[in-house]
Design a binder for this molecule. Structure first.
Ligand SMILES: Nc1ncnc2c1ncn2[C@@H]1O[C@H](COP(=O)(O)OP(=O)(O)OP(=O)(O)O)[C@@H](O)[C@H]1O
Ligand SMILES: [Mg+2]
Length: 297
């Protein structure tokens, strides 16, 4: 219901109007694993975000295939900087109002409308980080307001508020896109030239993938034979490419789920840490996720 949602949001006075803020994304509370590797990426973004005389903090763009860790890198940046994070999920139907401010009819009898500051505008006001995720999927028209956000003006103009929102000095901008979207559609030059540096996020190597799996799943822990089995299956079925961390985590997650189900464990069971994942569980999970077929043995 609109009422309960609205009353749980904090609000401010802006341009003489009562405006609700969008909630930030608490990655720490929802995200289990540590970020493995990518120290150079973190270092580059933190350097780009440093305030230098006469120029605004830069607005980096992370580019990489699906499931490679772009979001996870931004969650880690929020953790390191101690800033709150707001995420705008880019898609074809995002409009300028989704970036700045939207208006809805109010349930409060004393007001006709509720103004809701969108995630990017809230991050600017609060001095947090905004992630423009999947920016390559957004239309140039929706991206136009970003020109003044990412250059020295650091201002977002809202038609509804009839005013510009000047960014708090702590505000930082980052964008991410899938390499395929970027190649297919490209980004308009006015925004491309403002998103710097462009940081390519490549698929991690086998050692890194092993570290990601071990750090995420206590149960796999030192069981190197399961990791070796994974690579044997990968070489047999998907030779010549590398798995993404997401794909690999799905395989091991499903293998553990299969082990749980075979042992008759329910969702609430807490004693699964010692439960053995058998090679047959891993093989079945691998075939389902990476080959999209069913184990026949
Ligand atoms: N280096 C890493 N260390 C730990 N976990 C990782 C790492 N890279 C990816 N992951 C995990 O892999 C999964 C996918 O990562 P994430 O969602 O960040 O990818 P993405 O690049 O944003 O993908 P998409 O383009 O589809 O949005 C998440 O569970 C994430 O925690
Ligand atoms: Mg992502």
């Amino acid at each position: 219901m609109m009422t309960s949602r609205m009353t749980s949001l904090s609000s401010i006075e802006l341009g003489g109007k009562h405006v609700f803020l969008s909630p930030s994304y608490d990655a720490g509370a929802r995200h289990a694993g540590d970020l493995i590797g990518h120290e150079d990426v973190l270092r580059t973004v933190l350097a780009a975000w440093q305030q230098q005389p006469g120029m605004p903090p830069m607005a980096p763009l992370l580019v990489g295939p699906p499931g490679v860790g772009k979001n996870h890198i931004v969650y880690e940046l929020a953790r390191i900087t101690g800033k709150r994070l707001w995420i705008l999920q880019g898609h074809e139907d995002v409009t300028a109002d989704d970036i700045s401010c939207a208006v809805r009819s109010s349930d409060d009898p004393t007001r006709k409308f509720d103004y809701i500051l969108a995630s990017p505008a809230t991050a600017m006001h609060e001095g947090g980080i905004v992630l423009f995720d999947e920016i390559g999927k957004m239309r140039p028209r929706a991206l136009a307001p970003l020109a003044s956000v990412t250059d020295e003006r650091r201002t977002l103009f809202s038609n509804l508020l009839g005013d510009g929102i000047l960014a708090h000095p702590g505000f930082r901008f980052i964008a991410a896109t899938n390499s395929v979207d970027l190649d297919a559609e490209g980004l308009p030059d006015f925004i491309r030239s403002r998103l710097q540096p462009v940081i390519q996020i490549g698929l991690p190597g086998r050692r890194e993938i092993g570290r990601i799996v071990r750090s995420r799943f206590e149960r796999i822990g030192a069981k190197d034979e399961l990791m070796s089995q994974f690579w044997r299956l990968w070489d047999a079925h998907r030779d010549g490419t590398l798995p993404s961390p997401r794909e690999t985590l799905h395989v091991f997650g499903l293998a553990m789920g299969l082990a749980d189900v075979d042992a008759g464990l329910t969702d609430e069971a807490t004693d699964r840490v010692m439960l053995m994942v058998q090679p047959r569980h891993l093989e079945e999970a691998f075939l389902r996720i990476c080959v999209n077929t069913r184990a026949t043995t």
